[in-house]
Structure formats: C-alpha cells, structure tokens
Design a protein around this ligand. Structure first.
Ligand SMILES: [Zn+2]
Ligand SMILES: [Zn+2]
Length: 93
C-alpha cells in the first residue's frame, strides 16, 4: 500500500525549485512550483502565480525598462546638444 502511495505521489507534479509537491504551474514558464517557491503578481485585473526564477527575470526586465526610459530622455538631449553645436558653428562663421 505504501508502495502504491509512493507511485501516486510521483505521478503528481513536483516543484522545480525544491522538489516539494507543486500547487500549480508558473504563469510565465509553466513549470510546476510549490507554494513556497512562487510569488503572486498582479497583471491587470488578474492575479498570477509566478515562480521565483520568473520573478527575478521580471525584476531584470523592469531595470532594462528603466534603461529604456533613460535612453528616451538622453537621446533628445544629445540631439539638442548637437543642434546647439551646429548653430554655434553657423553663428561663428
Ligand atoms: Zn518549491
Ligand atoms: Zn516561471
């Protein structure tokens, strides 16, 4: 009986992080995760459960998002500086 019980447990999905019984798949990578290795994240009106790996990845993408914002600010400033340099040269001539 204990052998049967064991095989039944093996058929169930295991957490990819710690090997505990998974509660459900990650919303991002669909790998089975347990309650301890997933974080709840809010995407619009729905609440998602994502694994800790995807949580780290989304944190990284958030940082690159900030880099994009900085780029969007820096590019017009550089263009403006270039225009100022061109204008000053035209005035000097
Ligand atoms: Zn786990
Ligand atoms: Zn994931």
């Amino acid at each position: 009986m204990s052998m049967l019980q064991h095989s039944d447990n093996d058929a169930l999905a295991r957490c990819v992080h710690c090997g505990a019984l998974a509660v459900g798949p990650c919303a991002e990578c669909h790998s089975p995760v347990c309650g301890d290795c997933c974080v709840l994240t809010e995407g619009g009106s729905r609440t998602w459960a994502i694994c800790v790996t995807c949580e780290k990845r989304s944190g990284r993408s958030l940082r690159s998002g900030w880099m994009t914002v900085i780029g969007w600010i820096a590019i017009p400033i550089l263009l403006l500086l270039g225009a100022v340099v061109l204008l000053s040269r035209m005035v000097a001539h």
